[in-house]
Design a protein around this ligand. Structure first.
Ligand SMILES: Nc1nc2c(ncn2[C@@H]2O[C@H](COP(=O)(O)OP(=O)(O)O)[C@@H](O)[C@H]2O)c(=O)[nH]1
Ligand SMILES: [Mg+2]
Length: 149
């Protein structure tokens, strides 16, 4: 059974590029069919977080996923997730820092801290351009049993 992954992040944080990279790598992984499919990509510009109705919609859709990924662009000055945000979801939430290839170590460290503060149980550092960290992310999705907690 394929795992359903929902990707949440602000516009331009790299959701489309990362999902393309993951889909490309899935082809190399042919031995298995269980790699997470990214079936849901949610842009969260301010309006989503500020509009209760829209946000409720995300929560409801998310309940149908096996895993949620919060994606934060390391080079984005604005942090897009609030402390404890993961607790609104009924499925596990992990953090993904994007664009590590063009970020400073300080920016990466800040993004990791933000995602941990948002309640992500694990944080991966990735670049969809160089592919750095994407294999580790896929291995984690592949090898983890995301039972209801
Ligand atoms: N340097 C770098 N640029 C990236 C990376 N991921 C995405 N981008 C660039 O960031 C911009 C927005 O990416 P996109 O995937 O469209 O973001 P989305 O709006 O979240 O889907 C594009 O110009 C991408 O080429 C990355 O890992 N490294
Ligand atoms: Mg996109």
């Amino acid at each position: 059974m394929q795992k359903k992954v929902m990707l949440i992040g602000s516009s331009t944080c790299g959701k489309t590029t990362l999902s393309q990279r993951i889909n490309g790598m899935k082809i190399e992984y042919q031995k298995t069919q269980t790699i997470g499919v990214i079936n849901n990509i949610i842009d969260t510009p301010g309006e989503y977080l500020e509009n209760r109705q829209l946000y409720k919609g995300i929560i409801v859709t998310a309940a149908d996923s096996d895993l949620i990924m919060f994606l934060q662009d390391a080079t984005d000055e604005r942090f897009r997730f609030s402390p404890g945000q993961s607790r609104f979801f009924s499925v596990p939430v992990i953090g993904v820092v994007s664009k590590t290839d063009i970020a400073t170590p300080e920016q990466i460290k800040d993004a990791v801290e933000l995602l941990e503060l948002a309640g992500c149980e694990k944080v991966f550092l990735t670049s969809a351009v160089t592919g750095e960290g994407v294999r580790e992310l896929l291995d984690y999705i592949e090898n983890t049993d995301f039972e209801e907690e």
